[in-house]
Design a protein around this ligand. Structure first.
Ligand code: BGC
Length: 394
């Protein structure tokens, strides 16, 4: 019995010595750097910022298929309309479908893709994602083809300058309901936070169909209660796990975009959902799926990926930034997922959060970099990539 204790003690001590993190001797620029949720890109053209992505061979992006997601949201809406009753939907009986659109952030790829997907599906797409660029479209409601008008689209920027702002959406919806009255037949939003914000308006036109994006738990519950008509899941569990797994893989010398992602780890762990790797932009992307009353229960709170098993790999320390502590999707969906999966992946995660408007609110907390084995970055502005890589140059 006693003799067996010695190797145990030696092994435990070895474990302690090797699990301290800090990666002594490794320059910060050699450590893994994963951008997530806000893809380094030009806010106007949407072009991917490859200078940032090529900072090192350990720099990656984890997100979801933004363009595909826009198309899924568009189809969600047209599928709904196909089975809708025009007499009920067209509230003022003018033979037209009028909708209002909440835009999240005019300089964010995800937001642009959704605006485009919605407008393309409804025929109102007129070449760019600006709030005022649109044309009259046509869509099938039941078996009739009817004209569609985008009454107004607005970027929901808060008084403090933060984007994707749910309170701004509540205010805008209040104004729209007064201004457009029963011309509004549909309400569409680039995310759930703003859609739920619209529903908060005291004069929200009862029963008007409303669509969001993200499948946040409160939004999924609202679908169950018949308040929200539909949303799109961008598979937050797959994204949060992948963000951490890519960092782990780069530290453990495994294939960064396959191990635990498309193939099982030695511990038998693998993300259940499918992710696609796009080598040209170094982007690992989750898939989107439509959520409606017919399937919302599959997306209800508490459903975690049981494919993720406890890792026995050495513990690593990761610093992770969140652009806005008040962002609905990040705070109610992404951060809880990160907190659930990090211990399973043996990652000691330090999450620091910004204010959604000043890059400095995140950069000021992107410090003590030598103490970490890797970094995960969610920028305030999509063109701020080099502010982070500049801090890691040494
Ligand atoms: C989400 C939004 C969120 C934004 C933040 C998007 O992918 O759908 O809800 O506000 O990311 O970057």
């Amino acid at each position: 019995m006693k003799r067996k204790l010695i190797p145990f003690v030696v092994l435990s001590l070895f474990g302690v010595l090797t699990s301290c993190g800090g990666n002594a001797g490794v320059a910060n620029k050699e450590k893994p750097l994963v951008f997530f949720n806000r893809q380094p890109s030009d806010p106007t053209t949407g072009e991917i910022d490859m200078k940032t992505m090529n900072f090192s061979d350990k720099t990656y992006y984890v997100g979801f298929d933004a363009a595909g997601g826009g198309a899924v949201q568009g189809k969600l809406i047209t599928d709904y309309l196909k089975t809708a009753d025009l007499a009920k939907l067209d509230r003022n009986k003018d033979g037209k479908i009028g909708y209002v659109l909440c835009i999240g952030d005019v300089g964010h790829n995800d937001s642009k893709a959704r605006t485009q997907g919605i407008r393309e599906a409804l025929g109102t797409w007129n070449g760019d994602t600006n709030p005022t660029t649109r044309k009259e479209g046509k869509v099938k409601v039941g078996d009739k083809e009817v004209p569609v008008v985008e009454l107004e689209a607005k970027a929901m920027t808060g008084n403090d300058g933060s984007t994707w702002n749910a309170t701004a959406a509540t205010e805008a919806m209040g104004t729209w309901a007064t201004q457009y009255g029963d011309q509004i037949d549909l309400v569409i939003s680039n995310n759930d936070g703003m859609a739920m914000g619209c529903l908060q308006a005291s004069n929200y036109p009862t029963g008007v169909p409303i669509f969001g994006y993200d499948a946040n738990y409160d939004a999924v519950a609202a679908i169950g209660q018949g308040k929200l008509t539909g949303t799109v899941s961008q598979n937050v569990d797959a994204q949060a796990t992948a963000t951490l797994q890519v960092i782990r893989n780069l530290l453990d010398g495994k294939d960064p975009v396959k191990y635990g992602i498309t193939e099982a780890t030695a511990d038998g762990s693998k993300i259940s959902a499918e992710l696609e790797y796009r080598a040209d932009t170094k982007a690992l992307l989750a898939k989107n799926s439509a959520v409606t009353k017919a399937n919302y229960q599959q997306y209800a709170e508490g459903g975690r990926d049981t494919g993720i098993k406890q890792s026995t790999a050495e513990k690593k320390k990761v610093l992770l930034t969140i652009y806005n502590s008040a962002d609905n999707f990040l705070s109610s969906s992404y951060v809880p997922a990160l907190k659930y999966y990090a211990p399973l992946l043996n990652i000691d995660l330090n999450i620091v959060q910004g204010d959604g408007q000043n890059e400095a609110s995140c950069l000021d907390k992107f410090t003590n970099l030598d103490q970490y084995d890797g970094y995960a970055v969610n920028m305030v502005k999509t063109n701020s990539g080099t502010n982070y890589t500049d801090k890691l140059k040494y």
